[in-house]
Design a protein around this ligand. Structure first.
Ligand code: S3P
Length: 436
């Protein structure tokens, strides 16, 4: 399926983007580990999260949607040798590897072409240190896990990754002893917050260098709970940047998760001169959320330092779009991890800009974008490379370009934001599907 974005006028309206993907995966997995019935409101019903739900069912857990809520009846997981197909989802695959290892069950993991190309040793190595026996295809999927008991470890994360941290924490729940994880650079802390909501005791200490040390005693049983999933800031990023770049726009985005480990994009856009107002700040599901009022107007270039990258790790393609519409050259550093996302996102971002007449330069872990404040030329046909965020970023670029922009194979958008096209259209974006 090809989607075409045409030059659009100002965006208007009040919209709500779907539930947070990171929190949705964790809500299902923790619910499946807990004793009793967990109820989840606002779960993201997109391909990635539905894969995690399906994998849990394969492991014998009752997971069902009833009257707008999701109900998970947790308890013992059943092996042996169940095959879990995780589709495009790195988060689902890595978190479930940790949880399944902690439960001592034997199972195997596979995924689509994008997921089969992504590194899994970052998870199977530390879990292996805990005693889990994994067989991988040179550190990639398919991965087979042999059941067995685990013991605690002390582990310092070699690079910032919430997925790796979470996989170890979930494994540690079922391990003997006290697992200690040192995180030199803090990453999204949804697993820690949700473990507490499920009654687990976890110690968190800040280090003088700005890192964190987490400690979790094994053998704890989780207690079922009720949860609400706030709107995903990584999905909100697309209408947000669209509204910032289309002059005269005024869009309200409701109930957006404002966890400080997820708001890096908002900080950078404000530095670029964007008008983003926080309204009705409140707490939902143990997290701060607010409504964002976004206005369109001129943007200027900014520099993003490497230490800022973890708090906006999924937002670089869409930040590059904002940079393309800004005055001056924006430089982004600390992007090495983008090479191993759903696609090589650094290369894919550079390609989407170049296909639309925006000059950029990149190195192993940086990107510079020459803004075209006078008008992005557009006219490109971009390959999504099985990467939902590349597909959506390209279409947002098209809204403020002089000529139409098309994305080939845009089906990947359904992995995180199935209603992206109708929602953007409701605010005035000129998006259309072509079957040609
Ligand atoms: C996620 C962590 C990040 C992010 C991914 C979701 C999570 O990955 O890119 O989309 O839910 O823990 P890394 O842990 O690889 O940085």
């Amino acid at each position: 399926m090809t989607i075409i974005a045409a030059p659009s006028g100002p965006l208007r309206g009040r919209i709500r983007v779907p539930g947070d993907k990171s929190i949705s995966h964790r809500a299902l997995i923790l619910g499946a580990l807990a004793e009793g019935e967990t109820l989840i409101r606002g779960l993201l019903e997109a391909d990635d999260v539905l894969r995690t739900a399906a994998a849990l069912r394969t492991l014998g857990v009752e997971v069902e949607r009833a009257e707008g809520l999701w109900r998970v009846l947790g308890g013992d997981w059943s092996g042996p040798e169940r095959q879990l197909y995780m589709g495009n989802s790195g988060t689902g695959a890595r978190l479930l590897m940790g949880a399944a290892a902690g439960q001592g069950i034997a199972c195997s993991f596979s995924g689509d072409a994008s997921l089969r190309g992504r590194p899994m040793a970052r998870v199977t190595d530390p879990l292996g240190e805990m005693g889990a026996a994994f067989e991988t295809r040179e550190g990639r999927l398919p991965v087979a896990l042999a059941g067995g008991t685990l013991h605690a470890i002390r582990y310092r994360l070699p690079k910032p990754s919430a997925q790796v941290k979470s996989a170890i924490l979930l494994a540690a729940l079922g391990a003997s002893g006290r697992t200690v994880i040192e995180e030199p650079v803090p990453t999204r802390d949804h697993t820690e917050r949700m473990l507490a909501a499920f009654g687990a005791s976890l110690s968190i200490k800040e280090t003088p260098e700005g890192g964190r040390i987490l400690a979790l005693e094994g053998g704890q049983r989780l207690a079922a709970t009720e949860l609400t999933v706030p709107a995903d800031p990584s999905s909100a990023a697309f209408p947000l940047v669209a509204a910032c770049t289309l002059a005269g726009s005024e869009v309200d985005i409701e109930g957006v998760l404002m966890n400080p480990r997820r708001t890096g994009l908002i900080s950078v856009l404000r530095r670029m001169g964007a008008s983003i107002e926080e309204r009705a700040s409140r707490t939902e599901g143990g997290e701060r959320v607010c409504d964002l009022r976004v206005g369109g107007g001129p943007l200027h270039a900014a520099k993003v330092r490497a230490e800022e990258a973890p708090d906006m790790i999924d937002e670089f393609p869409i930040l590059a779009v904002a940079a393309a519409c800004a005055e001056g050259t924006t430089r982004m550093e600390g992007l090495a991890e983008l090479r191993v996302k759903e696609s090589d996102r650094l290369a894919a971002t550079a390609a989407l800009l170049e296909a639309n007449g925006v000059a950029c330069r990149s190195g192993e872990d940086w990107l510079e974008v020459d803004g075209r404040a006078g008008g992005v030329p557009g006219g490109g046909l971009v390959e999504a490379r099985h990467d939902h965020r590349i597909a959506m970023a390209t279409l947002i670029l098209g809204l403020s370009a002089k000529r139409e922009v098309a994305v080939d194979e845009a089906g990947s958008i359904a992995t995180s934001f199935p209603d992206f096209v109708p929602l953007m259209r409701s605010a005035g974006a000129e998006l259309s599907q072509s079957t040609a």
